[in-house]
Ligand binder design. Sequence first.
Ligand SMILES: [Mg+2]
Length: 355
Amino acid sequence: MYIDAALLRDRFRASFLAHAIGDAIGKRVETMAPDAIRAATGGRGVIGFGPVLHGSLPSVARLRPEQWTDDTQLALATARALVRGNGFDLRRIAAEHVVEYMRERRGWGRSTERGIAELAAQDRQPGQPVRDPAAHGMGNGVAMKVLPLALMTAMPPGKVSAQTFDAHLRHIVGHSEQLQQFAQLTHRDACARIGAHILLLCLHEVLRMSARRDALPQRGLGQASIMTGAVLPGSYTTCDAHGMLLSSVFRSIVSGGMVATQAALIRTSCDVRESVPFVIATAIQYMDRPPSEGILAAVNAGGDTDSNAAMVGSLLGARHGTHALPPEWVERIEARDEIIALADGLFDLMLRTGV
Ligand SMILES: [Mg+2]
């Protein structure tokens, strides 16, 4: 098996672009239930960019169709910190978050807003956990912006053998401390980090299986679940409900089953114990369909539609590459050139620092 450099670079771009696209489309119906989405769209559901159809989040309702929200705002801030800092530097990541906090808060979650407020006020230093007891930290606010860390630590191009696979596994286990520090900038609960870690591993798996000239990935996320079990032994016990849901999803995947009723089964709120399993199940269901279909399925399932569609988009973009994304969506998405430049910057960083 051989990971192709040109294909992998393209997958990085597509993953970040599809993340932003899912966010921008999903924000139209954030917090709405599926039947309310159908009612607001003449029964068709959301089929692309357009005006925001809810009034529940003023900082989102005023955005233009091509604009994304906090999920992409903070993923880009994280990516800038990694690229400019030539790797993981918690203080730089925190500083980029504070810059965004001062600039504009597009639908920020409570834990993120309170956590960064403490940093902006210098009430605590990066590396110290969030103080504010109201910042529960059970949301998907870490998972929604983990993409740059996943790209930076993906398996580099070249021949894949048992040795290189094991070396990469050790490499990313070494990064789990960094992920914990990253999560604790804003989220107190371990669930937020665990959900982000699982999504990161799934992204790695999809990238590794998809940037190959020799084979198409089959059930790549099923293998990610096995890796997850290897990397995070015992972590589930800190978060039983999360673990049970993920286990049932992964059992179904590993046995080759489909998760046809995932929206009803898992639910779609911003609680990371719902959001990440829902995202993974949806990505699996649409793994070999055009990414636009998976993104729209996540949007029309309701709930935390922007974050869920962003994460589904990142997985399906990584799977299929830029050619599979609707050109009119790529053309239109806010800050397209910077997204591509940062995806390339993360690719180069992965080449320099990866194993
Ligand atoms: Mg958002």
